[in-house]
Design a protein around this ligand. Structure first.
Ligand SMILES: *Cc1c(COP(=O)(O)O)cnc(C)c1O
Length: 360
């Protein structure tokens, strides 16, 4: 048997999540965000599956977009940070990528470029995130320059990004939406990321831009009916490779951070931080063995971790383990793993862990 640490990908779940996203914003076009290797899931696999079901894709750089283009993807791809240098203009134009314009520098490159064809431009406006985008006050002038720029295709899109849409009690989202609505610009508009698509219907506008929720996880800290319908795409699995009985008082793993309170059964599982499971996960972090909940016991090593299975029936070498995914949300795991979020856990998954498309 090959080493059993694997990330199984359920593409039925992906299609289900896209349909769900569409049903929440039926009047909007849908841009699926697949940056950072589709949040660790594998950009080409995910984008090929999404292609027929979405109106556009989005990535962080021209290199990420070229990887998709070279694999045969012809759905439009937006570069969310725009260009990092002017040489990327022609690379984008040749492949009909869509570009973000978020600064004077990027607009100047576009105006000065000699392109074979014009590019679809998305003007990014800062409405309160204060990370990327032109200030609201300057947005109308930027927009006019885009409209009159020969290298910009007709009808630029206007967009902004929320800082706090996952916080349903924050006034920031409504404030950002108000600023965005107040812009005296006649253009199609986009604001909603996953959290806004799930929880802020007033933000849906002409284009929604979900990422995380398409992978079946929720950016919202609490249960929400719109998030509960999502199904996880990635299930991180491995198998039990050893079992032992230890006496009360035995210390397990590096540093002996878990000390058994009773005679215990400890299972060793072939997965660790070298496979993307967070080393920060504390004693007691849940995992599923043969579908039953067990608890992490002892520090996570590079290639292995250990769990207390004293109260579980029928655990054997070879028993199947789910670290997150089907039946155990990565969002729950992230809460046991220090100051992180499920986004980081899937996105940091190393190439060592094979992504296997599973038939469900
Ligand atoms: C990453 C990103 C998104 C998607 O965010 P999710 O929280 O994953 O839905 C949308 N818009 C922009 C500009 C982004 O950078």
């Amino acid at each position: 048997m090959a080493r059993p640490a694997q990330a199984l990908l359920n593409l039925d779940a992906l299609r289900h999540n896209v349909r769900h996203a569409r049903s929440l914003a039926p009047g909007a076009r849908l841009m699926a965000v697949v940056k950072a290797n589709a949040y660790g899931h594998g950009a080409v696999t995910i984008a090929k599956e999404l292609q027929p079901a979405v109106d556009a894709l989005a990535v962080a750089s021209v290199d990420e977009a070229i990887e998709l283009y070279d694999s045969g993807i012809r759905t439009p791809i937006l570069l969310l940070e725009g260009l990092f240098e002017p040489s990327e203009l022609e690379q984008a134009a040749q492949r009909d990528f869509w570009i973000t314009v978020a600064s004077e520098q990027q607009l100047a490159w576009l105006e000065q470029g000699k392109l074979t064809r014009p590019l679809q431009c998305w003007l990014k406006v800062n409405t309160g995130m204060n990370r990327l985008g032109v200030d609201s006050a300057h947005a109308p002038a930027f927009f006019e320059r885009l409209v009159s720029c020969v290298n910009c295709a007709a009808a630029p899109v206007l967009y902004t990004h929320f800082s706090s849409a996952d916080n349903l009690h924050s006034a920031r989202t409504a404030r950002q939406l108000e600023r965005f609505a107040a812009l005296p610009i006649d253009a199609p508009r986009s604001a909603a990321n996953s959290a806004a698509l799930l929880a802020w219907p007033g933000s849906h506008l002409d284009w929604v831009r979900p990422g995380y929720m398409l992978y079946g996880n929720s950016p919202l800290p609490d249960m929400h009916p719109n998030a509960d319908a999502l199904r996880p795409v990635m299930t991180l699995t491995s198998r039990v490779i050893a079992l032992r009985e230890v006496e009360a008082g035995a210390a397990v793993g590096y540093g002996g951070t878990f000390v058994s309170q009773r005679r215990s059964r400890i299972a060793t599982i072939a997965i660790g931080y070298g496979d993307g499971y967070p080393r920060q996960a504390v004693n007691g972090t849940p995992l599923l063995i043969n579908g039953q909940r067990a608890r992490l016991a002892g520090r996570v090593s590079m290639d292995m971790l250990t769990a207390d299975v004293t109260d579980l029936d029928d655990v054997q070498p070879g028993s199947e383990v789910v670290l997150w995914g089907d039946g155990l949300s990565v969002d729950e795991i992230s809460r046991y793993a220090g100051n992180t979020i499920g986004y980081e856990l899937t996105t940091r998954m190393p190439s060592r862990t094979p992504r296997i498309v599973s038939v469900s």
